[in-house]
Each structure stands twice: as structure tokens, then as C-alpha cells.
Design a protein around this ligand. Structure first.
Ligand code: ADP
Length: 173
């Protein structure tokens, strides 16, 4: 696997990187899960900036400052809500990873941390989501040497196990 990819267990609001990714909803006005945790840790100025963004479409991404977070920026993306797999969920989730990484590269961000987008309240099957996250990130990194590190921050053991086993499943050259 690309040595710029790291898999850790933890709370993304404590990770020190140039940008953390928020699995937001389309209003960008806060919610539960990782979104709630990021807004609580960043403080109310984050919500003020988000109000000016006028929402975000599924699969797209928008960036704000990080305020009280140790991370300098937050890249807000909106994952698909799982509804069986026939509603373009795979492609929309892939778009989230691509949009976040593209925005990071455009803005000169060198280190990025992701939560497992859509695998909580949005109920995307975990293994399927992790495969997409790893595939898209590897593909992007192979074409963007300026990105120095991508961290997958796993909030629970199941997520950690999924990232570990699927990233190790690859045969080294
Ligand atoms: P979604 O609505 O996109 O499914 P959730 O926030 O419900 O978003 O869940 C996405 C993932 O983020 C889940 O794996 C959840 O356990 C995880 N998560 C929740 N809080 C945190 C946190 N503070 N840091 C990292 N991951 C978190």
C-alpha cells in the first residue's frame, strides 16, 4: 500500500493535520455523529462560516477554517444515504473521496484525515465503503505526489479491522 496512507483508531477532532474531512449532511448546518463532534470541538465560528456556504450536494466538498480544532481546515463532504445500492451510492461515495482530495490538492493542503464517510447514520455497508475509500485514495495519491499523508481515522474496532484487513489484502509487488 502507498506509504502515505495511515490507518489509526481515534477521534478525528484531535488529529493534527492540515485538514480533517467532515461527513456532513447537505445543509452543512451540523448534525450528529462525526459532524456534531467536529462542530462541538471547532466552536460556533465554524457554523457561522458554514452558513455562508449554502449547503453542499452529495459527493461534493467545500472547505472552511478549523477554528478551535487542531486541524487548520475542515473539508465538508456529503456522503450518500445507503438505500440498497442501486441508487448510484458507490459512485457518489467515490465522488466524496475524489472531491475532498481534489480540493485539498488545489488549496495546497498536504495532510488530510478522513472518517468512514456514510458508514454511520447513512448506513453504507462498512466493507464496501472502505474498499471505495482505499481505492479512490490510492488512485489519487498515485497522481498527486504533493499530498504527503492521508489518515483514515477509525472511531470503532469494526472500522479499524475493515481498514486493516482490506488494506493488507493487497499483494505487494
Ligand atoms: P454518516 O452520516 O456519513 O454515516 P456518521 O457521523 O454517522 O456519518 O458516521 C460516519 C463514521 O464516523 C462512523 O464510522 C462513525 O462511527 C464515525 N465517527 C463518529 N464520530 C467520530 C469522531 N469523533 N471521529 C472519527 N470518526 C467518528
Amino acid at each position: 500500500m502507498d506509504e502515505r496512507i495511515e490507518i489509526i483508531e481515534g477521534d478525528i477532532t484531535r488529529v493534527v493535520v492540515d485538514a480533517i474531512v467532515n461527513a456532513a449532511n447537505s445543509t452543512l448546518l451540523g448534525g450528529g455523529g462525526v459532524d456534531g463532534a467536529i462542530h462541538r470541538a471547532a466552536g460556533p465560528d465554524l457554523l457561522d462560516e458554514c452558513r455562508g456556504l449554502h449547503g453542499c450536494a452529495t459527493g461534493e466538498a467545500k472547505m472552511t477554517r478549523g477554528y478551535k480544532l487542531p486541524a487548520g481546515h475542515v473539508i465538508h463532504t456529503v456522503g450518500p444515504i445507503w438505500s440498497g445500492g442501486a441508487r448510484n451510492e458507490d459512485e457518489l461515495l467515490a465522488n466524496c473521496y475524489r472531491s475532498c482530495l481534489r480540493l485539498a490538492a488545489e488549496r495546497g493542503i498536504k495532510t488530510v484525515a478522513f472518517p468512514a464517510i456514510s458508514t454511520g447514520a447513512y448506513r453504507f455497508p462498512l466493507q464496501r465503503a472502505v474498499r471505495i475509500a482505499l481505492r479512490e485514495t490510492k488512485a489519487f495519491l498515485s497522481e498527486h505526489p504533493a499530498i504527503e499523508k492521508v489518515v483514515f481515522v477509525c472511531f470503532d474496532q469494526d472500522t479499524l479491522q475493515a481498514y486493516r484487513s482490506l488494506s493488507a489484502g493487497e499483494v505487494s509487488p
